[in-house]
Write a protein that binds this ligand. Structure first.
Ligand code: SAM
Length: 237
């Protein structure tokens, strides 16, 4: 499997300028799709980890979901809803576009769409004791939502699994990442994404972004118990 061999469905979605939803709603601004670089990194992380279960917050037009569902299929796994996508606005605002791109590609069996706010669904998944090998956080970008998302993702990622955050240089997302770096670094370590990028991390813009702490995608690997003890020091972030 090659990192750049995006499937026809994903290529078509990325090259589209317009999408039409289930009830005929037309979208001509498709700017919410994850970037090419994010998608390549997610795909390469998937190929490295071969996670049995994957999870994402934020389905929208379904670009990132196709990375997960197609990759599960490529591993010849029978469709068992291995990928969960949480998005409360999929049927309503997005007119089911993300669901439809998966169904049109014959990938509906790999996708479980949960139309709830992530703050309600993530605790439900944790209560079921489900574990995920790769999680993509691309839902609400408000500090309190991302913080709550991570609170539960901390419990949902299996040992050695990875969580990746889109828009990591957004100051609300970045604040959550500083909390992880300062206070949960015995459980989580940042992943060097250079080997997972199409350019192998050679892009000057990307390297400068790294030095300035301004990269779009930041990922953490679970290396231990991410839970703090009551007497652990609480560091400023
Ligand atoms: C940037 S888009 C996701 C793009 C998608 N990952 C892709 O690659 O095409 C953000 C999505 O988050 C969803 N969203 C916003 N607030 C949310 C919340 N509280 N819980 C879950 N999803 C949320 C929006 O409906 C939207 O679909």
């Amino acid at each position: 499997m090659n990192a750049l061999d995006f499937s026809p469905a994903l290529k078509e979605l990325l090259s589209s300028n317009q999408l039409v939803g289930k009830s005929g709603k037309s979208f001509d601004n498709l700017g919410s799709r994850s970037t090419f670089n994010n998608l390549v990194v997610l795909r390469n992380l998937f190929l490295a980890l071969k996670p049995a279960r994957t999870l994402e917050i934020g389905l929208a037009f379904g670009a990132s979901s196709l990375i997960f569902t197609e990759s599960h299929r490529e591993l010849n796994r029978p469709p068992q809803k291995q990928h969960i996508a949480i998005d409360p606005f999929q049927s309503d605002y997005w007119d089911a576009c993300g669901l439809m791109v998966n169904e049109r590609a014959g990938l509906g069996g790999y996708l479980e769409l949960v139309e709830r706010y992530s703050c309600f669904e993530l605790p439900a998944l944790a209560q079921k004791n489900l574990k995920f090998g790769l999680v993509y956080v691309d839902g609400s970008h408000q500090f309190e939502d991302v913080f709550v998302d991570f609170y539960f993702i901390n419990r949902l990622v299996e040992d050695g699994g990875i969580v990746a955050f889109d828009d990591s240089s957004d100051r609300q997302v970045a604040k959550v990442l500083r909390f992880i770096d300062a206070n949960l670094n015995s459980g989580w370590e940042r992943v060097d994404l250079a080997p997972f990028r199409a350019d192998g991390g050679k892009s000057l813009k990307w390297r400068v972004g790294g030095l300035l702490g301004k990269q779009q995608l930041v990922a953490y690997k679970k290396i231990g118990n991410g839970l703090r003890n009551a007497d652990d020091a609480f560091k400023q972030f």
